[in-house]
Design a protein around this ligand. Structure first.
Ligand code: GAL
Length: 471
């Protein structure tokens, strides 16, 4: 038993020190592993992203740059100012994405299984909607005549359109992935210079959501310094993404548009004018340090999140790695109260009852999907001598139901947390209030005067969540 545990521990440490197939292995701000598992090589894509690709260390190649006839290597020119669709994307996306669960090892059966689990696990009932395919769905080369990206027939025997039909039949929506460069991070065709043909193809297939990545960007399309006039909306990065906004707008079906440029080019300043959400960092990991650091990153740009425009803290890690159940609760709660897209990222069939209870919590989901209040919760000072922590521990925000308080215990042991009711923005300095626990769905007994202090014991790395209304 002891020997077995030791073997498991040492395997786990190998897994932690090396990135797996298609995992991130470098890039500005990246603090994770910088080497790859055997058979995979850490391959530089650009200053922000290196990824474990099969075989030897070569720059990913793609026939797109030579066969396309588009402007992928041309000088940045057309800069459409078309805004993102208002028919979709008002609220942060709620769904699933294949990447954290399967990396490049995807196929129709796995995507369809996730869609069916939306139904069988009751996820659709509580609002999960998008079933999104990530990188590695295409053949390496475009169709030489039509210039279209071609789905890999071994992975998707019914094409993406056949899969879309099945997902739509379940009352769900389907997302696809591409890249605002010459190739995706894993080396499949990118859409730079092919925006119109690709958007038309996806529209025809019935695609509802596009995640648009940032690998393999030609030098003349990159940003080396501040853009003309200092507005990053006019940066080469933004112009690449704006071209896709315009191409999507030309389709008859609305397509939600998720920018994935890892927080480059001050994307929080222009993301809402170009798409519906934007990634703020390199790839997530199932670690407490990732969760706390991305909360801080989001807070630095919290004013950018509103209806139709959302800071994206990256896909969920619930069900992956070794996060404690309390850390998984905080992971979910933080994505909820900061209104990040929530795209589950695990094999849904393996979720435990406790994990399902987290992701199906209807009160937290109602805050995230509130149709009348679009602003996220924000930190507040809970009492006059409250210590400063990183990230902050106390957050408050409004919903159509009232005022909410969320408390993260950032310390690694259980602790008593407290706040004065009158310190919560919006509650005022008089009257009596009642508290309702959003996790258990039960009211807290008694009422609290504005001058009163509420205290609660919060487990290490857990998050408490309350709705507060007038008594
Ligand atoms: C990264 C992206 C990941 C995943 C991966 C696919 O750039 O951040 O979320 O999409 O590419 O290769």
């Amino acid at each position: 038993m002891i020997a077995k545990t030791l073997v498991a521990l040492s395997l786990a440490s190998v897994a932690l020190s090396q990135s797996g197939p298609y995992g991130q292995c470098g890039g500005q701000g990246w603090t994770g592993p910088t080497t790859c598992e055997s058979g995979w090589t850490c391959t530089y894509s650009n200053p922000y992203y290196s990824q474990c690709l099969p075989g030897s260390n070569t720059t990913p190649t793609s026939s797109t740059t030579t066969t396309g006839g588009g402007s992928s290597t041309g000088v940045p020119g057309s800069a459409p100012t078309v805004p993102p669709s208002t028919a979709v994307g008002k609220l942060p996306a709620l769904g699933w994405n294949s990447w954290n669960a399967y990396r490049g090892d995807i196929n129709e059966a796995k995507i369809l299984a996730a869609a069916n689990q939306f139904i069988s696990l009751g996820l659709k009932t509580v609002g999960y909607q998008y079933v999104n395919i990530d990188d590695c769905w295409a053949k390496m080369g475009r169709d030489t005549n039509t210039k279209r990206i071609v789905p890999d027939p071994n992975k998707f025997p019914n094409g993406i359109s056949g899969l879309a039909t099945q997902i739509h039949a379940l009352g769900l929506k389907i997302g696809i992935y591409s890249d605002a460069g010459t190739a995706t991070c894993a080396g499949f065709p990118g859409s730079l210079g092919f925006e119109s043909v690709d958007a038309a193809t996806w529209g025809e297939w019935g695609i509802d959501y596009l995640k648009y990545d940032n690998c393999n960007v030609p030098g003349n399309w990159s940003d080396t310094g501040s853009p003309p006039g200092g507005d990053w909306y006019n940066s080469n990065s933004a112009i690449r993404y704006r071209q896709m906004t315009a191409a999507l707008a030309a389709q008859s079906r609305p397509i939600q548009y998720a920018i994935c440029n890892w927080g480059n080019a001050n994307v929080w300043d222009w993301g809402g004018r170009v798409g519906h959400s934007w990634r703020m960092s390199g790839d997530s990991s199932a670690t407490w340090s990732y969760i706390t650091s991305i909360i801080n990153t989001n807070l630095a740009h919290i004013s950018s999140t509103k209806f139709g425009a959302h800071n994206d803290m990256d896909m969920m890690e619930i069900g992956n790695g070794n996060l404690t159940i309390q850390e998984q609760r905080s992971h979910f709660a933080a994505w909820v109260f900061l209104k990040s897209p929530i795209l589950l990222g695990t094999d849904l069939s393996k979720l435990t009852t406790a994990q399902l209870a987290i992701i199906k919590n209807t009160e937290l989901l109602a805050f995230h999907q509130d149709a009348t209040v679009g602003t996220p919760a924000a930190p507040f000072k809970a009492y006059s001598t409250a210590p400063t922590t990183s990230p902050p521990e106390y957050y408050s925000g409004a919903s159509s139901k009232g005022t909410h308080v969320f408390i993260i215990n950032t310390s690694s042991s259980s602790a008593t947390k407290q706040f004065t009711l009158s310190s919560v923005p919006g509650l005022g300095t008089s009257g009596n209030f009642k508290l309702h626990d959003m996790w258990t769905g039960a009211d807290v007994s008694g009422t609290y005067a504005a001058s009163a202090s509420f205290s609660v014991s919060v487990a290490a790395h857990d998050t408490a969540a309350y709705l507060i209304t007038k008594a």
